[in-house]
Design a protein around this ligand. Sequence first.
Ligand SMILES: [Zn+2]
Length: 420
Amino acid sequence: MSDVLERFLRYVQVDSPSDPDNEEEVPSSPLEHGMARLLADELTAMGCVDVSVDEHAYVLGTVPASAGAEGLPALCLCSHLDTTADAPSLGVRPHVVHYEGGNLVAGVVDGQAVETTPEQVPDLAGFVGQDIVCPDGSTLLGADDKAGVAEICALAARLLKDPSIPHPTLKLAFVPDEEIGHGASLLDLEKLGAAWGYTVDGEALGEFNYETFNAAEALVRVRGVMVHPGSAKDVMVNAITVAAEFDQLVPAAERPEHTSGREGFYHPTLIRGTASELTLSYIVRDHDAEKFSQRQQTLCDIAEFLNKRYGEGTVTVTLHEQYRNMAEAFGECPFLIDNALAANREAGVEPSVVAVRGGTDGSQLSLRGLPCPNIATGGYNAHSVREFIPVSSLETTVDILQNLVAKFAVPQTASQQAAR
Ligand SMILES: [Zn+2]
C-alpha cells in the first residue's frame, strides 16, 4: 500500500467535522483538536521542524529547503483538517473497491445500494480496473479534505526521506473550520513566513482554480405594522407579505438552480420572523467584480422600491462582504499559475482551469497577501455519502505536488535572480 493511501485511510477515520452551529468558537468542534494533534505528531515524527499546533487547531510545520534552495522564498501548502457536517460524517469506515465498470457501489444502507452511476460521474469510465476508496455508504468519505492533508503529508515524508528532490523551504499549514467559512482566517501569515502557496482542496485530478466568486451576504430586515386583523384595513403592513414581494423582485433566472459556469446568482438562505417583523438572508455571488456590485445595488433598489410603497424604514438591507475573487492576487505572480499547469502535465495529467463557484481557503489568503491558487485532490462527490477517490488520483497528486515544489527551487522573478 502506498504511503499516501495508508495515510488517507487512517485520517478519514479520525472524526473532525466542523460544527456550523458553533461558529463563534475556533475550532467549532473539539474533535478538530484531535485531528490537529495527530498531524502535528506525525509531522514531528517524519522530521519536519518548527511544528506547532495552537489553541485554534491550526497546525504548522516546516520542511527545510533542499541543498542550494535555502535562500529562496518559502512556499506554503495548505489544506483543511475539518470535514463537512452536510452529510453524516462520524465513524467513517473507508474501504477500497476494485471497480469493474457500471455503477460504483459504496455500500448498502437499509437495503438500498449507495451508488454512483457513470452518467452522474462520466470520469468513472477512466477508472475501470482500478481501486477506488469509498465510504460504506452510511457516511461521507472525507476526501474533502483529508485527501489534501494526506497528499501534502506524503509529499513531506517523501522529501524528508530523499534529499535529492529539489524544493524550497515548505511551510505546511493544516487549518480547521473551512467548511463553515472560517478556514485560514486565523492563520498567522507572519509566523507562517511564506511568499506564496497553494491550497490542495479541489475535486477531479487536473482541475486547477485561481478564480473564485466575489461573495457577500445581504441581511434584509422587514418591519411590518401589526394591528388586529379585524381592523386592519388600510393600516396593516404584513412583513411576510412584504418579504414575499421582495423575493419576487429578485431576478428569478439568477438563482443557483438556474446558473452555471461564470454566471453569478442571488440565493435566499434563511427566513425567520413573524407578520410583524422578519429577517430574510441572501448570499450574493459573482466572479465579475462589477456585476457583483451591481447585484448588491439591485437588492438595495428593491428595498427602496418597497419603501416607497409601504413607508420609509419598512425594508432595510445590510450587506456584508465575505470574500473576493482571488484572481486579483496573481497579477504580480503569474508563475503560480504556469507552474501548477506544468506540474500537472509533467505527471501526465492535462489540467483544466475551472472558475470555482464558491470560495476556497485561498480566496482569503490571497487577499491577505499570500497568493494561493488551488490544486485538485482527485476526489469526487464531496459532501455526500457517494463521495469517492481513486487510489491512482491520490498517488498522482503527490507526484504533481513533487513536480510543483521542484519548480520553486529556482528563482521565479528577475529580482530574485539578481539577489542570488
Ligand atoms: Zn474542502
